[in-house]
Design a protein around this ligand. Structure first.
Ligand SMILES: *[C@@H]1O[C@H](CO)[C@@H](O)[C@H](O)[C@H]1NC(C)=O
Ligand SMILES: *[C@@H]1O[C@H](CO)[C@@H](O)[C@H](O)[C@H]1NC(C)=O
Ligand SMILES: [Zn+2]
Length: 305
C-alpha cells in the first residue's frame, strides 16, 4: 500500500517535469535574442557607487535605489506605497495585463518557482499574466542579470521589454529563488508598489537604528512626505514589501529596523499579506465596484498571510 502511494508520487513528479519541459519549450522561442546586459538595460540605468557589501540579503546586493529598485533618470518624488497613476499614467499596465517571458538560462526548478509566483498573483489579484506572444510591445522579461547581481526590478511599467532580475541559486545559497516570495516581491515592484517602510507614518510603527546602517546606505531608509504620498491601508508589518530587520546593517545580525509593536516580525518573503493583496487590487481598480470588491476582499482574507 505504502509503496503504491510512493509510486504514484513519482508518477506525479514525472508528469510535472514533463509539463514543465513542454512549457519551457513554449517559452523559449518567444524570448528575444538578447543575452548581454548592455542590450537589455536602458542607457540611463543608474547603479549607485559601490561600497563593499558582504553577508547581505540578495535584495540589498544590487546597489540600486533602496537596494533592489532600478530607476532610469526619473526621480520618484511622488512615491506612495503604490505609484500614483495621476502622476505616472504611463507606468500603469494596460488592461490589468502583464505579459511575461522567462529566460531559458534558468534551471527547470527555478522556472517552476517563478511560475508558482505568477500563479499566486493570478489567483489573488485581478491582474492577468499571459505568456508573451512575441508581439506585445510591453512585457516583463525575467532574466538572471549578472551585473548588478541579486534580485531587482523597476517600479511600474517602463515600456518595451522590461527586465526583472532574479539571481538563481549558487554555492552561496538560494539567492532569489529559494521560494516564490522574492519573485513575488520583485514582480510587485514591477506592478507599481514600493517598500512598505518608506511610508510617511512609519516612525509610529518601526524604529530606524541609524547607527547600525552602513553610512552610504542611510538614504535607503528615507521616508516620503505626506505632501507627495498617500496610502489606503493600515501599516503592514507582514508586507512582503517590508525590509527585513537587518537590511544594510554594518555587521551581520545588527538590527537596522525594529518594530514598535511587540511580537511583530519584519521582512517575510513567503507570500502576499492580506494587505499586499488588497493593495494590488486597489491599485488596479478592482475594489471600486461592489461585486469585484467583495470577491477580492474575500480572496485576500483567505489566501493572504
Ligand atoms: C514633493 O514633490 C515635489 C516635486 O515632485 C518636490 O519638489 C518637493 O520637495 C516634495 N515635497 C516634500 C516635502 O518632499
Ligand atoms: C487593451 O484593451 C483594448 C480594448 O480591448 C485594446 O484595444 C488594447 O490594445 C489593449 N492594450 C494592450 C496593451 O493590450
Ligand atoms: Zn524591493
Amino acid at each position: 500500500m505504502f509503496s503504491l502511494i510512493k509510486f504514484q508520487v513519482h508518477i506525479v513528479v514525472l508528469l510535472v517535469l514533463l509539463i514543465l519541459l513542454i512549457e519551457s519549450r513554449v517559452i523559449f522561442p518567444n524570448v528575444p535574442e538578447i543575452i548581454d546586459r548592455e542590450s537589455l538595460l536602458p542607457d540611463d540605468f543608474m547603479i549607485e557607487d559601490m561600497v563593499e557589501l558582504e553577508n547581505q540579503d540578495p535584495e540589498v546586493l544590487p546597489n540600486l535605489y533602496q537596494g533592489d529598485i532600478a530607476l532610469n533618470n526619473e526621480i520618484f518624488n511622488q512615491l506612495r506605497v503604490g505609484l500614483r497613476w495621476d502622476t505616472f499614467p504611463k507606468k500603469r499596465w494596460e488592461n490589468r495585463t502583464i505579459p511575461y517571458a522567462i529566460s531559458p538560462l534558468y534551471e527547470p526548478e527555478d522556472m517552476i518557482t517563478i511560475m508558482t509566483a505568477i500563479r499566486t498573483l493570478t489567483r489573488m489579484t485581478c491582474l492577468k499574466f499571459p505568456k508573451w506572444n512575441g508581439k506585445d510591445k510591453d512585457f516583463l522579461l525575467i532574466w538572471p542579470i549578472k551585473y548588478p547581481k541579486g534580485c531587482w526590478s523597476f517600479v511600474g511599467k517602463v515600456g518595451g521589454p522590461q527586465i526583472l532580475s532574479l539571481q538563481p541559486p549558487d554555492q552561496t545559497g538560494p539567492n532569489c529563488l529559494g521560494g516564490e516570495g522574492r519573485a513575488i516581491h520583485e514582480i510587485l515592484h514591477a506592478v507599481g508598489i514600493f517598500h512598505e517602510q518608506s511610508r510617511n507614518d512609519r516612525d509610529r510603527f518601526v524604529k530606524v537604528v541609524w547607527d547600525n546602517i552602513i553610512p552610504a546606505y542611510k538614504g535607503n531608509f528615507e521616508k516620503q512626505s505626506l505632501e507627495n504620498t498617500t496610502y489606503s491601508f493600515e501599516y503592514d508589518y507582514k508586507s512582503i514589501m517590508h525590509y527585513g530587520q537587518s537590511y544594510f546593517a554594518k555587521e551581520k545580525g545588527k538590527l537596522t529596523l525594529v518594530p514598535k509593536m511587540k511580537g511583530e516580525k519584519l521582512g517575510q518573503r513567503k507570500s502576499l499579506s492580506q494587505t499586499d493583496c488588497l493593495k494590488v487590487n486597489e491599485l488596479y481598480g478592482c475594489l471600486d465596484n461592489i461585486k469585484t470588491a467583495k470577491k477580492y476582499y474575500t480572496l485576500c482574507r483567505i489566501l493572504g498571510i
